[in-house]
Write a new protein. Sequence first.
Length: 215
Amino acid sequence: MSAAGLLVSDVDSTFLAQEVIELVADHAGVRDRVEEITTAAMRGELDFSQSLRARVALLEGLQESVLAEVRAVLVPTPGVLELVRRAKADGWVVALVSGGFHEVIDELAVSAGIDHVLANRFGIEDGRFTGQVSGPIIDGAAKRRALEEYAATYDVPVPRIVAMGDGANDREMLRAAGTGIAYRAKPALREIADVVLDGESLLEAWPHLQAAAAR
């Protein structure tokens, strides 16, 4: 099965205007501490896996029921749902690869028509957060591997792959794509991106998808 192109997007601060773990941390009263760790990780100052474990550890004991409240306040980045709609209409495969969490983003991904989602999972036992990540951590290397696997599955050559992100853990997948788009990104990503977008709307990425599809 061959697709017209492959669009792979980060989620937090790219597909979504928010950082999911910070929304969850609000409910635990530790958002400030989580934000500090997130910012350092996205700048490339901390190893992503270590930073994620540190952030999730701060959520230990939180009730699982807060996840429904977090899902209810998710805000897609302006223009991104229209970007996905146009890409899908033109025969593209669209995937989300995230250092965030399935429990929060899967429902929105289904409603947006996303083909694949790869993300982390919270450790939850007896209705409460364990403070651990369940399963392998989705870091920069995992994002790149997912991009390469999707491209192979749908027979999409590198020139017709577009990857979008905002932080240091998106570097590997942007380098692996034919077009790497840094959206309102940290310096660590901007310096290696093919395209830097600083506007409000991710629909600004559409001409770059059209250009990629023509290759």
